[in-house]
Design a protein around this ligand. Structure first.
Ligand SMILES: [Zn+2]
Length: 388
């Protein structure tokens, strides 16, 4: 293929792939891989370890050594079903001062800029290597990146800095909450609805679990721990879904609650799990077991995205302050892969073109000005990597 050259042309190709997280991302990864190979950049892929038809992509430009800079983006996007789009979400549409399309802001715009600048990266004799880390399944809990990050320091050289190009309007995101989700399942005993005492109703027991989670959240809101750089400044707990029972005339045997906890950096899900388990072990379960010996209440983890912890004198923040001239940083309300890179020993920061307000929306767009500013910033990254 003849590689497209302008960011807009590349963005049009990337948006054209329906890479909603529930589907395979192999087509977009293959296209990016072909594009890079055409330019002479070797590409490595890390297949989904669970056998799904998905993959991460890693590519390096510059010297073959540790200490480089990762430019990180996810190739998956959120669904469009049920959203009132004015045009096909998977066809890039020129809206004058902006580009419309799913993923334009979150975050195919950033990936398009990275790819468009490859010829410039190759022309310069980089002293610091630049790496691309393009993942899958970010939108459903940062599930894809861990298998890629696990190869850092093994198959891949150990970089020093990770820039996660999520849409921050190029402001410097240096911290975000962690996100942990769980399913708590109550098992009771079924029977005919005319004889409730012969069974154990799991829906009623799950309602007690739900009420207790509500109490725990009230305490979080009132007693903290707090971090004023976030809105809200405390950890949050949300009950997102409840599923239970079989039919109206059967005593419900099982009932599950899906819930998530988003804690300020420095806190983990134990803030909720511990008091919840104490309630279950000391109060709820003994009462349930007195009625039905098979009664059980189990909490299983689903997703765990570590927080991005503010770094003291972090290399990523120092570099981005230098390159952007910004003196301020901010705390993000959304979770990203930054905490995962940080946990692997990289200094991480979130900074990319576009706005999170446009992400996940119908008629998602990116302002052309943002793309231009993002391109200029990446050029400064290249300049820096050529000089340092
Ligand atoms: Zn994103």
């Amino acid at each position: 293929m003849t590689p497209p050259t302008s960011p807009a042309e590349i963005l049009a190709r990337l948006v054209g792939f329906d890479s909603v997280s529930s589907r395979s991302n192999l087509a977009i990864i293959r296209w990016i891989g072909d594009y890079l190979a055409e330019l002479g950049v070797p590409v490595e892929t890390v297949a989904a370890p669970d056998g799904q038809p998905k993959a991460n992509l890693w590519a390096s430009i510059g010297p073959d050594r540790d200490g480089g800079i990762v430019l990180s983006g996810h190739t998956d996007v959120v669904p469009v079903e049920g959203q009132p789009w004015s045009s096909d979400p998977f066809t890039l549409r020129d809206g004058g001062d902006r580009w419309f399309g799913r993923g334009t802001s979150d975050m195919k715009g950033f990936i398009a800029l990275c790819l468009a600048l490859v010829p410039e990266m190759l022309k310069r004799a980089l002293k610091t290597p630049l790496h691309f880390a393009f993942s899958y399944d970010e939108e459903i809990g940062c599930l894809g990146a861990p298998s890629l990050i696990a190869e850092i320091g093994k198959r891949f050289k150990q970089p020093r800095i990770a820039i996660i190009g999520e849409p921050t309007e190029l402001k410097l995101g240096t911290r975000h909450k962690g996100c942990y989700s769980f399913t708590t399942t109550v098992t009771g005993k079924d029977g005919h609805s005319s004889q409730p005492e012969r069974g154990l109703n799991a829906i009623l027991a799950a309602a007690e679990v739900a009420t207790e989670l509500g109490r725990i959240y009230d305490r979080l809101r009132h007693d903290g721990p707090f971090d004023k750089s976030f809105d809200p400044p405390h950890g949050t707990l949300n009950l997102g879904r409840i599923t239970g029972g079989t039919a109206i005339n059967i005593i419900a045997r099982t009932c599950s609650i899906d819930w998530d906890f988003r804690g300020v950096p420095g806190t983990g899900p134990d803030l909720v799990l511990k008091p919840l388990q104490a309630f279950i072990d000391e109060k709820l379960l003994p009462r349930l077991r007195a009625t039905a010996s098979e009664a059980a209440v189990e909490t299983n983890p689903r997703v765990a995205v570590p927080p991005l912890i503010e770094e003291k004198d972090g290399a990523a923040e120092e570099l981005m302050r230098l390159l952007t001239g910004q003196n301020d940083s901010f705390g993000m309300s959304f979770a990203t892969e930054a905490g995962q890179f940080q946990a692997a020993g990289l200094s991480a920061i979130v900074c990319g073109p576009g706005s999170i307000r446009q992400a996940h929306q119908p008629d998602e767009f990116i302002m052309k000005e943002q793309l231009g500013l993002g391109e200029a910033l990446l050029r400064r990254v290249i300049d820096w990597a050529a000089a340092n």
